[in-house]
Design a protein around this ligand. Structure first.
Ligand SMILES: O=C(O)CCC(=O)C(=O)O
Ligand SMILES: [Fe+2]
Length: 291
């Protein structure tokens, strides 16, 4: 059964997906130049549900970009090459010959940046006949369900986050790994863009004022601690964050656009469609410095 709605909408039909979050929004055509009061309700729905899903959208790259720009400047991925004619859009492509998929582990986008992405908009161009869902967590619930003792510890910790050569991948570069396992995902040199950053493990959402556990796969260790000291705690926070009751899973169709709030969620692209192709168009919106 759907969880009860906690906000009243005049322009949108908002159907909750899971207790932890996620909502399908009906009654909007994102290709249109939406009026301010509709955009304000979409913002309320995002803040309330963390992950919002729009079905049956028919969008050109320029129309997707126009909708994305309503939320802020576009965040360019420092490591991934955008589409040749639309560098702000990253085509996420997995072919039947690819062994791995992009985003196939728990993370929150661009956590390695000093000002990580506030949100990501993913638009499904071609989805497999089954599989290829994306899972999300509610990191407010992950924080709020900790004991007072663990909350006190978590509030003191700061994470060191990197954008490449993750220890989880034995220090191998994105360029080498992706060339081997996901041939269409082209890696670029970030140049002098900052790709290592330190953030509070518990962040306050700048719009809702709620505290969320800010952790994901880019975290390497805690500031001022050794790797050996950090890893068991990282393992705990990661495992705790993905308890089933904190998650919601989105099933895609061609034309689905999902917009998620990176400040209070993690996500995981499920790689369970070995013989099929999946193509998504992704735009990330700039965010502010976590505090
Ligand atoms: O393809 C997906 O479902 C998500 C991939 C991902 O991690 C992202 O777009 O940030
Ligand atoms: Fe991602």
């Amino acid at each position: 059964m759907n969880a009860p709605s906690s906000a009243i909408y005049r322009h949108l039909d908002v159907q909750k997906i899971a207790g932890a979050g996620g909502a399908e929004i009906r009654g909007v055509d994102l290709s249109k130049d939406l009026p301010q009061d509709v955009l304000a309700e979409i913002r309320a729905a995002l803040l309330d549900n963390l992950v919002i899903v729009f079905r049956d959208q028919d969008l050109t790259p320029d129309q997707q970009l126009a909708f994305a720009r309503k939320w802020g400047d576009i965040h360019l991925h420092p490591f991934m090459q955008g589409m040749p004619d639309h560098p702000e859009i990253l085509a996420i492509i997995k072919r039947p010959t690819d062994k791995k998929n992009f985003g196939g582990s728990w993370h929150t986008d661009q956590m390695f940046s000093p000002n990580p992405a506030m949100g990501t908009m993913l638009y499904a161009k071609q989805v497999p006949s089954a599989g290829g869902d994306t899972m999300f967590t509610n990191q407010y619930l992950a924080y709020e369900s900790l004991s007072d003792g663990m909350k006190a510890l978590a509030n003191k910790l700061r994470t060191v986050c990197v954008g490449d050569n993750f220890k989880q991948a034995d220090g191998r570069s994105r360029k080498d790994r992706y060339a081997d396992t996901m041939a269409d995902m082209k890696v670029k040199d970030p140049g002098n863009v900052q790709t290592t950053s330190i953030h509070p493990l518990v962040r306050t959402h700048p719009e809702t004022g709620r505290k969320a556990l800010y952790i994901g796969g880019h975290v390497q260790y805690f500031e001022g601690m050794t790797d050996e000291e950090s890893q068991p705690l990282i393992d705990f926070f990661m495992k705790h964050s993905v308890r089933p009751e904190f998650t919601v899973r989105v099933r895609w169709q061609n034309g689905t656009l999902t917009f998620w709030d990176n400040r209070c969620t993690q996500h995981f692209a499920v790689n369970d469609y070995p013989a099929e192709t999946r193509i998504m168009h992704r735009i990330t919106i700039c965010g502010d410095q976590p505090f």
